[in-house]
Design a binder for this molecule. Structure first.
Ligand code: 6LW
Length: 497
Protein backbone atom coordinates (compact mmCIF):
# COMPACT_ATOMS: atom_id res chain seq x y z
CA UNK A 1 0.00 0.00 0.00
CA UNK A 2 1.20 3.53 -0.81
CA UNK A 3 1.79 5.85 2.14
CA UNK A 4 3.02 9.42 2.39
CA UNK A 5 6.11 10.81 4.09
CA UNK A 6 6.66 12.45 6.48
CA UNK A 7 4.54 10.17 8.66
CA UNK A 8 4.70 12.70 11.52
CA UNK A 9 5.10 16.16 9.99
CA UNK A 10 6.46 19.36 11.47
CA UNK A 11 9.03 19.64 14.24
CA UNK A 12 9.36 15.96 15.29
CA UNK A 13 13.05 15.07 15.15
CA UNK A 14 15.10 12.07 16.28
CA UNK A 15 12.32 9.48 16.09
CA UNK A 16 12.50 6.26 18.08
CA UNK A 17 9.87 3.57 17.62
CA UNK A 18 8.91 0.25 19.18
CA UNK A 19 6.26 -2.38 18.65
CA UNK A 20 4.37 -3.94 21.55
CA UNK A 21 2.07 -6.65 20.17
CA UNK A 22 0.41 -4.89 17.27
CA UNK A 23 0.78 -1.40 18.74
CA UNK A 24 3.51 1.01 17.67
CA UNK A 25 4.80 3.81 19.89
CA UNK A 26 7.09 6.55 18.67
CA UNK A 27 8.79 9.41 20.53
CA UNK A 28 10.58 12.54 19.30
CA UNK A 29 12.82 15.19 20.88
CA UNK A 30 11.64 18.54 22.22
CA UNK A 31 14.56 20.83 23.32
CA UNK A 32 13.24 23.92 25.19
CA UNK A 33 9.58 23.02 24.69
CA UNK A 34 7.16 21.71 27.29
CA UNK A 35 5.77 19.11 27.82
CA UNK A 36 8.76 17.04 26.77
CA UNK A 37 8.96 14.04 24.42
CA UNK A 38 5.61 13.40 22.71
CA UNK A 39 4.40 9.80 22.40
CA UNK A 40 2.61 8.88 19.18
CA UNK A 41 0.64 5.67 18.75
CA UNK A 42 -0.28 3.82 15.56
CA UNK A 43 -1.64 0.48 14.42
CA UNK A 44 -0.78 0.88 10.75
CA UNK A 45 2.33 3.18 10.67
CA UNK A 46 0.33 5.79 8.68
CA UNK A 47 -2.15 7.23 11.19
CA UNK A 48 -0.31 8.45 14.27
CA UNK A 49 -2.16 9.81 17.27
CA UNK A 50 -0.47 11.92 19.94
CA UNK A 51 -1.38 10.02 23.12
CA UNK A 52 0.68 11.95 25.65
CA UNK A 53 4.17 13.02 26.66
CA UNK A 54 6.86 11.35 28.77
CA UNK A 55 7.81 14.53 30.66
CA UNK A 56 4.71 16.37 31.85
CA UNK A 57 5.66 17.56 35.33
CA UNK A 58 8.04 20.34 36.38
CA UNK A 59 9.74 17.77 38.65
CA UNK A 60 10.63 15.72 35.56
CA UNK A 61 11.66 18.57 33.31
CA UNK A 62 13.07 21.92 34.35
CA UNK A 63 13.55 24.14 31.32
CA UNK A 64 13.75 27.47 33.11
CA UNK A 65 16.48 29.48 31.44
CA UNK A 66 17.19 26.75 28.87
CA UNK A 67 18.47 28.34 25.67
CA UNK A 68 16.72 27.54 22.44
CA UNK A 69 17.78 24.15 20.99
CA UNK A 70 19.29 23.04 24.30
CA UNK A 71 17.21 21.03 26.81
CA UNK A 72 15.92 17.63 25.70
CA UNK A 73 17.90 16.00 22.89
CA UNK A 74 17.17 12.72 21.13
CA UNK A 75 15.11 10.19 23.07
CA UNK A 76 14.90 6.41 22.71
CA UNK A 77 11.81 4.44 23.69
CA UNK A 78 12.09 0.78 24.67
CA UNK A 79 9.81 -1.85 26.24
CA UNK A 80 10.90 -4.66 28.52
CA UNK A 81 8.74 -7.07 30.51
CA UNK A 82 5.66 -4.86 30.76
CA UNK A 83 7.53 -1.62 31.34
CA UNK A 84 8.18 1.28 28.95
CA UNK A 85 11.44 3.19 29.23
CA UNK A 86 12.37 6.52 27.67
CA UNK A 87 16.01 7.54 27.85
CA UNK A 88 17.33 10.93 26.78
CA UNK A 89 19.70 13.79 27.64
CA UNK A 90 18.81 17.10 29.26
CA UNK A 91 21.76 18.95 27.78
CA UNK A 92 21.36 22.02 29.99
CA UNK A 93 20.25 20.13 33.11
CA UNK A 94 20.42 16.59 34.40
CA UNK A 95 22.49 15.08 31.58
CA UNK A 96 21.61 11.48 30.67
CA UNK A 97 18.57 10.01 32.39
CA UNK A 98 15.62 7.71 31.87
CA UNK A 99 12.01 7.56 33.01
CA UNK A 100 9.67 4.58 32.97
CA UNK A 101 5.98 3.73 33.16
CA UNK A 102 3.89 0.56 33.19
CA UNK A 103 0.98 2.46 31.63
CA UNK A 104 1.88 4.35 28.50
CA UNK A 105 -1.34 6.37 28.80
CA UNK A 106 -0.42 7.37 32.37
CA UNK A 107 2.35 9.30 34.08
CA UNK A 108 6.03 8.47 33.88
CA UNK A 109 8.46 8.15 36.78
CA UNK A 110 10.77 10.88 37.98
CA UNK A 111 14.09 10.95 36.12
CA UNK A 112 16.75 8.38 36.99
CA UNK A 113 20.19 9.71 36.20
CA UNK A 114 22.85 7.58 34.52
CA UNK A 115 26.49 8.48 35.02
CA UNK A 116 27.38 8.70 31.34
CA UNK A 117 28.77 11.30 28.97
CA UNK A 118 27.62 12.01 25.44
CA UNK A 119 24.15 12.40 24.00
CA UNK A 120 21.53 10.24 22.28
CA UNK A 121 21.43 7.47 24.87
CA UNK A 122 19.63 4.22 24.22
CA UNK A 123 18.89 1.01 26.13
CA UNK A 124 19.19 -2.56 24.93
CA UNK A 125 18.16 -5.77 26.71
CA UNK A 126 20.02 -8.94 25.83
CA UNK A 127 18.41 -12.38 25.89
CA UNK A 128 19.91 -13.04 29.33
CA UNK A 129 18.00 -10.04 30.75
CA UNK A 130 21.04 -7.77 31.04
CA UNK A 131 20.40 -4.13 30.19
CA UNK A 132 22.97 -2.07 28.29
CA UNK A 133 23.23 1.68 27.97
CA UNK A 134 24.81 3.27 24.86
CA UNK A 135 25.78 6.86 24.14
CA UNK A 136 28.51 8.80 22.31
CA UNK A 137 30.98 10.44 24.70
CA UNK A 138 33.87 9.72 22.30
CA UNK A 139 32.99 7.01 19.85
CA UNK A 140 29.97 4.87 20.70
CA UNK A 141 30.29 3.53 24.23
CA UNK A 142 28.20 0.81 25.92
CA UNK A 143 28.03 -0.59 29.43
CA UNK A 144 25.65 -2.58 31.56
CA UNK A 145 23.28 -0.75 33.91
CA UNK A 146 20.66 -1.64 36.47
CA UNK A 147 17.40 -0.47 34.81
CA UNK A 148 15.81 0.10 38.23
CA UNK A 149 18.43 2.45 39.61
CA UNK A 150 20.59 3.56 36.68
CA UNK A 151 23.66 2.16 38.47
CA UNK A 152 26.58 1.33 36.19
CA UNK A 153 27.36 -2.41 36.45
CA UNK A 154 30.23 -2.98 34.02
CA UNK A 155 33.28 -1.39 32.45
CA UNK A 156 32.67 1.03 29.60
CA UNK A 157 33.48 -0.34 26.16
CA UNK A 158 34.01 1.63 22.98
CA UNK A 159 32.14 -0.14 20.18
CA UNK A 160 33.01 1.94 17.13
CA UNK A 161 34.29 5.29 15.93
CA UNK A 162 31.97 5.09 12.91
CA UNK A 163 32.94 5.44 9.28
CA UNK A 164 34.57 8.84 9.61
CA UNK A 165 31.57 11.17 9.32
CA UNK A 166 31.42 14.01 11.83
CA UNK A 167 29.06 13.85 14.85
CA UNK A 168 28.85 10.09 15.35
CA UNK A 169 25.62 9.80 17.36
CA UNK A 170 22.18 8.18 17.74
CA UNK A 171 23.41 4.66 18.64
CA UNK A 172 20.64 2.05 18.71
CA UNK A 173 21.45 -1.57 19.44
CA UNK A 174 19.47 -4.65 18.36
CA UNK A 175 19.97 -8.41 18.26
CA UNK A 176 18.89 -10.50 15.29
CA UNK A 177 19.72 -14.13 14.58
CA UNK A 178 22.32 -14.11 17.36
CA UNK A 179 24.11 -11.05 15.93
CA UNK A 180 24.36 -7.63 17.62
CA UNK A 181 23.61 -4.69 15.32
CA UNK A 182 24.45 -1.08 16.06
CA UNK A 183 22.76 1.61 13.99
CA UNK A 184 24.27 5.11 14.21
CA UNK A 185 23.99 8.55 12.62
CA UNK A 186 26.96 10.41 11.18
CA UNK A 187 27.64 13.54 9.21
CA UNK A 188 25.80 16.04 11.43
CA UNK A 189 22.06 16.56 11.39
CA UNK A 190 22.07 18.77 8.28
CA UNK A 191 22.66 17.91 4.63
CA UNK A 192 25.46 15.39 5.24
CA UNK A 193 23.35 13.37 7.67
CA UNK A 194 23.42 9.58 7.17
CA UNK A 195 22.73 6.24 8.79
CA UNK A 196 25.48 3.67 9.24
CA UNK A 197 25.36 0.15 10.66
CA UNK A 198 27.86 -2.16 12.38
CA UNK A 199 27.60 -5.73 13.62
CA UNK A 200 29.30 -8.07 16.04
CA UNK A 201 28.94 -11.49 17.59
CA UNK A 202 29.52 -9.98 21.04
CA UNK A 203 27.72 -7.13 22.68
CA UNK A 204 30.96 -5.25 23.37
CA UNK A 205 32.43 -5.96 19.92
CA UNK A 206 34.55 -5.98 17.87
CA UNK A 207 32.05 -4.43 15.44
CA UNK A 208 32.48 -4.61 11.66
CA UNK A 209 31.17 -1.85 9.42
CA UNK A 210 28.59 -2.69 6.76
CA UNK A 211 30.23 -2.76 3.29
CA UNK A 212 27.27 -0.70 2.02
CA UNK A 213 27.56 2.10 4.59
CA UNK A 214 25.91 4.54 4.67
CA UNK A 215 22.71 2.52 4.42
CA UNK A 216 20.60 5.71 4.19
CA UNK A 217 21.95 9.00 2.87
CA UNK A 218 20.40 11.70 0.68
CA UNK A 219 23.44 13.95 0.45
CA UNK A 220 24.39 13.16 -3.13
CA UNK A 221 20.89 12.74 -4.47
CA UNK A 222 18.51 15.34 -5.81
CA UNK A 223 15.50 14.36 -3.72
CA UNK A 224 12.55 16.18 -2.12
CA UNK A 225 13.58 14.96 1.36
CA UNK A 226 16.89 16.21 2.77
CA UNK A 227 19.18 15.50 5.72
CA UNK A 228 17.96 11.97 6.38
CA UNK A 229 19.50 10.29 9.41
CA UNK A 230 19.06 9.46 13.08
CA UNK A 231 17.22 6.15 12.71
CA UNK A 232 15.55 3.44 14.71
CA UNK A 233 14.40 0.08 13.28
CA UNK A 234 11.72 -2.42 14.25
CA UNK A 235 9.98 -5.54 13.02
CA UNK A 236 6.22 -5.39 12.55
CA UNK A 237 3.77 -8.12 13.57
CA UNK A 238 3.99 -9.63 10.08
CA UNK A 239 7.77 -9.98 10.12
CA UNK A 240 8.40 -6.94 7.89
CA UNK A 241 11.09 -4.49 8.96
CA UNK A 242 10.91 -0.70 9.01
CA UNK A 243 13.14 2.27 9.67
CA UNK A 244 12.03 5.61 11.10
CA UNK A 245 14.40 8.53 10.68
CA UNK A 246 14.44 12.30 10.57
CA UNK A 247 14.63 14.45 7.47
CA UNK A 248 13.29 17.74 6.28
CA UNK A 249 11.43 19.27 3.41
CA UNK A 250 13.19 22.27 1.91
CA UNK A 251 11.49 25.44 0.83
CA UNK A 252 11.45 25.11 -2.97
CA UNK A 253 14.42 26.73 -4.70
CA UNK A 254 16.05 27.50 -1.34
CA UNK A 255 18.35 25.34 0.70
CA UNK A 256 16.39 26.30 3.81
CA UNK A 257 13.69 24.73 5.91
CA UNK A 258 11.26 26.07 8.51
CA UNK A 259 9.03 23.12 9.42
CA UNK A 260 11.81 21.49 11.37
CA UNK A 261 13.19 18.00 11.23
CA UNK A 262 10.26 15.66 10.66
CA UNK A 263 9.68 11.90 11.06
CA UNK A 264 9.87 9.67 7.97
CA UNK A 265 9.36 5.95 7.41
CA UNK A 266 10.99 3.52 4.98
CA UNK A 267 10.57 -0.22 4.57
CA UNK A 268 13.70 -2.23 5.24
CA UNK A 269 14.94 -5.70 4.26
CA UNK A 270 17.85 -7.87 5.34
CA UNK A 271 20.34 -8.97 2.69
CA UNK A 272 23.43 -11.02 3.55
CA UNK A 273 22.92 -10.16 7.21
CA UNK A 274 22.78 -6.38 6.65
CA UNK A 275 19.85 -3.96 6.51
CA UNK A 276 18.87 -2.46 3.14
CA UNK A 277 16.72 0.65 3.51
CA UNK A 278 13.99 2.04 1.25
CA UNK A 279 14.88 2.11 -2.42
CA UNK A 280 18.45 0.97 -1.88
CA UNK A 281 19.50 3.73 0.51
CA UNK A 282 16.97 6.48 -0.02
CA UNK A 283 13.31 7.28 0.62
CA UNK A 284 10.64 9.27 -1.18
CA UNK A 285 7.55 11.30 -0.19
CA UNK A 286 5.44 8.36 -1.42
CA UNK A 287 6.50 4.80 -0.76
CA UNK A 288 4.83 1.51 -1.59
CA UNK A 289 5.27 -1.03 1.22
CA UNK A 290 3.41 -3.78 3.10
CA UNK A 291 1.93 -1.77 5.96
CA UNK A 292 0.40 -3.64 8.88
CA UNK A 293 -3.37 -3.44 9.48
CA UNK A 294 -4.17 -1.66 6.21
CA UNK A 295 -7.87 -2.08 6.95
CA UNK A 296 -7.43 0.55 9.71
CA UNK A 297 -5.79 3.20 7.48
CA UNK A 298 -7.78 6.47 7.44
CA UNK A 299 -7.15 9.72 5.55
CA UNK A 300 -4.44 11.65 7.37
CA UNK A 301 -5.52 15.03 8.75
CA UNK A 302 -3.35 17.53 10.60
CA UNK A 303 -5.95 20.25 11.15
CA UNK A 304 -6.36 21.55 14.69
CA UNK A 305 -9.80 22.94 15.34
CA UNK A 306 -10.35 24.06 18.87
CA UNK A 307 -13.11 26.10 20.50
CA UNK A 308 -12.07 25.66 24.13
CA UNK A 309 -14.86 23.34 25.21
CA UNK A 310 -12.54 21.50 27.64
CA UNK A 311 -10.98 22.17 31.04
CA UNK A 312 -7.47 22.00 29.73
CA UNK A 313 -5.46 22.16 26.54
CA UNK A 314 -5.61 19.66 23.72
CA UNK A 315 -2.42 17.51 23.99
CA UNK A 316 -1.02 19.09 20.85
CA UNK A 317 -0.53 22.48 22.53
CA UNK A 318 3.05 23.16 23.53
CA UNK A 319 4.72 25.87 25.60
CA UNK A 320 8.07 27.58 25.39
CA UNK A 321 9.79 26.26 28.55
CA UNK A 322 7.77 25.38 31.67
CA UNK A 323 4.50 27.30 31.47
CA UNK A 324 3.30 29.47 34.35
CA UNK A 325 0.08 27.49 34.53
CA UNK A 326 -2.03 30.17 36.22
CA UNK A 327 -1.62 32.28 33.09
CA UNK A 328 -3.74 29.88 30.99
CA UNK A 329 -7.40 29.87 32.07
CA UNK A 330 -9.97 27.62 30.41
CA UNK A 331 -13.65 28.38 30.83
CA UNK A 332 -15.52 25.66 29.00
CA UNK A 333 -18.93 27.18 29.81
CA UNK A 334 -18.18 30.37 27.91
CA UNK A 335 -15.79 28.47 25.62
CA UNK A 336 -13.01 30.92 26.28
CA UNK A 337 -9.31 30.52 26.77
CA UNK A 338 -7.93 33.52 28.62
CA UNK A 339 -4.20 34.07 28.49
CA UNK A 340 -2.84 36.34 31.19
CA UNK A 341 0.26 37.92 29.74
CA UNK A 342 3.15 38.88 31.99
CA UNK A 343 5.76 41.47 31.09
CA UNK A 344 7.63 38.75 29.18
CA UNK A 345 7.51 39.14 25.42
CA UNK A 346 8.11 36.61 22.67
CA UNK A 347 11.46 38.38 22.08
CA UNK A 348 12.81 37.55 25.53
CA UNK A 349 15.54 34.96 25.13
CA UNK A 350 15.44 31.98 27.55
CA UNK A 351 12.15 33.22 29.07
CA UNK A 352 8.65 31.80 29.47
CA UNK A 353 6.30 33.93 27.37
CA UNK A 354 2.56 33.39 27.72
CA UNK A 355 2.28 31.40 24.52
CA UNK A 356 0.58 28.12 23.54
CA UNK A 357 1.09 26.73 20.07
CA UNK A 358 1.02 23.70 17.82
CA UNK A 359 3.65 22.51 15.38
CA UNK A 360 3.24 23.80 11.80
CA UNK A 361 2.49 20.56 9.93
CA UNK A 362 2.88 21.71 6.34
CA UNK A 363 3.73 24.72 4.17
CA UNK A 364 0.18 25.49 3.00
CA UNK A 365 -1.76 26.49 6.07
CA UNK A 366 -4.40 28.88 7.30
CA UNK A 367 -4.54 29.72 10.99
CA UNK A 368 -7.41 31.82 12.32
CA UNK A 369 -7.99 32.79 15.94
CA UNK A 370 -10.91 34.76 17.35
CA UNK A 371 -10.41 37.31 20.08
CA UNK A 372 -13.20 38.60 22.30
CA UNK A 373 -12.15 42.24 22.45
CA UNK A 374 -14.58 43.11 25.29
CA UNK A 375 -12.62 40.82 27.58
CA UNK A 376 -9.18 41.59 26.24
CA UNK A 377 -6.98 44.31 27.70
CA UNK A 378 -3.48 42.98 27.02
CA UNK A 379 -0.89 45.30 25.60
CA UNK A 380 -0.42 42.63 22.94
CA UNK A 381 -2.93 39.83 22.27
CA UNK A 382 -2.63 37.75 19.15
CA UNK A 383 -1.11 34.92 17.18
CA UNK A 384 2.42 34.19 16.14
CA UNK A 385 4.38 31.93 13.87
CA UNK A 386 7.38 31.27 16.02
CA UNK A 387 10.64 29.43 15.74
CA UNK A 388 12.56 31.13 18.57
CA UNK A 389 12.72 34.47 20.40
CA UNK A 390 14.78 35.79 17.50
CA UNK A 391 12.60 34.38 14.74
CA UNK A 392 8.87 35.00 14.94
CA UNK A 393 6.23 37.00 13.09
CA UNK A 394 3.09 38.15 14.85
CA UNK A 395 -0.33 39.63 14.19
CA UNK A 396 -1.94 41.06 17.28
CA UNK A 397 -4.34 43.57 18.77
CA UNK A 398 -3.05 46.35 20.98
CA UNK A 399 -4.79 49.07 22.95
CA UNK A 400 -3.32 52.52 23.26
CA UNK A 401 -5.04 55.52 24.87
CA UNK A 402 -8.39 53.77 24.61
CA UNK A 403 -8.00 53.04 20.90
CA UNK A 404 -7.59 49.52 19.52
CA UNK A 405 -5.22 48.68 16.72
CA UNK A 406 -4.31 45.57 14.76
CA UNK A 407 -0.57 45.25 14.33
CA UNK A 408 1.76 43.08 12.23
CA UNK A 409 5.33 42.78 13.36
CA UNK A 410 8.24 40.74 12.09
CA UNK A 411 11.18 39.65 14.16
CA UNK A 412 13.90 37.87 12.26
CA UNK A 413 17.42 37.38 13.55
CA UNK A 414 16.66 40.01 16.16
CA UNK A 415 15.88 42.63 13.52
CA UNK A 416 12.51 44.20 14.24
CA UNK A 417 10.72 45.74 11.28
CA UNK A 418 8.57 48.77 11.78
CA UNK A 419 5.18 47.21 12.50
CA UNK A 420 2.19 47.65 10.14
CA UNK A 421 -0.80 49.01 12.06
CA UNK A 422 -4.48 49.77 11.47
CA UNK A 423 -7.07 51.20 13.87
CA UNK A 424 -10.13 49.07 14.65
CA UNK A 425 -13.42 50.80 15.35
CA UNK A 426 -16.80 49.51 16.57
CA UNK A 427 -15.99 45.86 16.95
CA UNK A 428 -16.34 43.43 19.82
CA UNK A 429 -14.55 40.61 18.11
CA UNK A 430 -11.52 40.26 15.88
CA UNK A 431 -10.41 37.33 13.80
CA UNK A 432 -6.68 37.24 13.21
CA UNK A 433 -5.12 35.11 10.52
CA UNK A 434 -1.80 33.76 9.30
CA UNK A 435 -1.80 32.18 5.89
CA UNK A 436 1.22 30.37 4.54
CA UNK A 437 2.42 28.74 1.35
CA UNK A 438 5.88 27.53 0.49
CA UNK A 439 7.13 31.01 -0.26
CA UNK A 440 5.24 33.61 1.72
CA UNK A 441 3.39 34.12 4.98
CA UNK A 442 0.49 36.59 5.06
CA UNK A 443 -0.84 38.22 8.21
CA UNK A 444 -4.21 39.90 8.55
CA UNK A 445 -7.38 40.62 10.44
CA UNK A 446 -11.13 40.59 10.00
CA UNK A 447 -12.93 42.81 12.49
CA UNK A 448 -16.20 44.66 11.91
CA UNK A 449 -15.78 46.50 8.63
CA UNK A 450 -12.05 45.94 8.53
CA UNK A 451 -10.72 43.07 6.45
CA UNK A 452 -7.13 43.57 5.72
CA UNK A 453 -3.86 41.77 5.03
CA UNK A 454 -1.48 43.81 7.10
CA UNK A 455 1.80 42.22 6.22
CA UNK A 456 3.71 39.62 4.30
CA UNK A 457 7.01 37.88 5.00
CA UNK A 458 9.13 35.30 3.24
CA UNK A 459 8.93 31.88 4.89
CA UNK A 460 12.70 31.82 4.62
CA UNK A 461 12.90 34.75 7.03
CA UNK A 462 11.89 32.35 9.84
CA UNK A 463 14.61 29.88 9.06
CA UNK A 464 17.16 29.67 11.82
CA UNK A 465 18.70 26.35 10.77
CA UNK A 466 21.95 26.95 8.87
CA UNK A 467 21.77 30.57 10.08
CA UNK A 468 21.99 29.97 13.84
CA UNK A 469 24.46 27.19 14.73
CA UNK A 470 22.78 24.11 16.25
CA UNK A 471 19.25 25.19 15.53
CA UNK A 472 17.25 22.00 16.04
CA UNK A 473 13.61 23.01 16.35
CA UNK A 474 10.80 23.95 13.94
CA UNK A 475 8.00 26.44 13.72
CA UNK A 476 4.96 26.71 16.02
CA UNK A 477 1.69 28.48 15.34
CA UNK A 478 0.21 29.80 18.54
CA UNK A 479 -1.65 32.33 20.66
CA UNK A 480 0.09 34.76 22.94
CA UNK A 481 -0.53 37.62 25.37
CA UNK A 482 1.70 40.23 26.91
CA UNK A 483 0.86 42.63 29.75
CA UNK A 484 -2.76 41.71 30.47
CA UNK A 485 -5.66 39.52 29.41
CA UNK A 486 -6.40 38.04 25.98
CA UNK A 487 -9.73 36.20 25.64
CA UNK A 488 -9.56 33.70 22.77
CA UNK A 489 -12.79 32.15 21.44
CA UNK A 490 -11.44 29.84 18.75
CA UNK A 491 -8.23 28.52 17.25
CA UNK A 492 -8.45 26.89 13.87
CA UNK A 493 -5.48 25.60 11.90
CA UNK A 494 -6.09 24.07 8.48
CA UNK A 495 -3.69 22.47 6.08
CA UNK A 496 -4.79 23.89 2.72
CA UNK A 497 -4.17 22.73 -0.85
C1 6LW B 1 20.41 14.83 18.44
C2 6LW B 1 21.37 14.27 17.54
C3 6LW B 1 20.94 14.93 16.35
O1 6LW B 1 20.48 14.57 19.77
O2 6LW B 1 20.75 16.20 16.66
O3 6LW B 1 20.07 14.70 14.28
C4 6LW B 1 20.66 16.26 18.05
N1 6LW B 1 20.65 14.31 15.30
O4 6LW B 1 21.33 12.91 17.33
C5 6LW B 1 19.53 17.11 18.39
O5 6LW B 1 18.36 16.62 17.77
Amino acid sequence: MIYKNPIIPGYNPDPSCIRVGDDYYLVTSTFEHFPGVPIYHSKNLVNWELIGHCLTKDSQLDLIGTPSSKGIYAATIRYHEGRFYMVTTHTSGLGNFFVYTDDIYGEWSDPIKVDAGGIDPSLFWDDDGKCYFCSNPKGIVAFEIDPNTGEVLSDRHTLTFGTGGRALEAPHMYKKDGMYYLICAEGGTELGHRVTVFRSQNVFGPYESCPNNPILCHQERDLPISATGHADIFEDENGNWWMVFLGYRMLPRLKLQILGRETFLAPMKWEDGWPVVGLGGYALPEMDAPLPKIETVKPVCHDVSYDFDKDSFDKRFTFVRNPERERYIHDKDSRTLTLIGSGTSLDDVNAQPTFAGVRQPDFNILLTAKLDLKNTDAKKAGISIMQTAGYHHDIYVETENGDTYAVFSRTAAFINDKPGRVMLTDCDEAELFIKGDNKYLYFGIMAGDTQITLGKALCASLCSETVVPRSFTGVFLGMFAQHGKAAFKAFDLRVTE
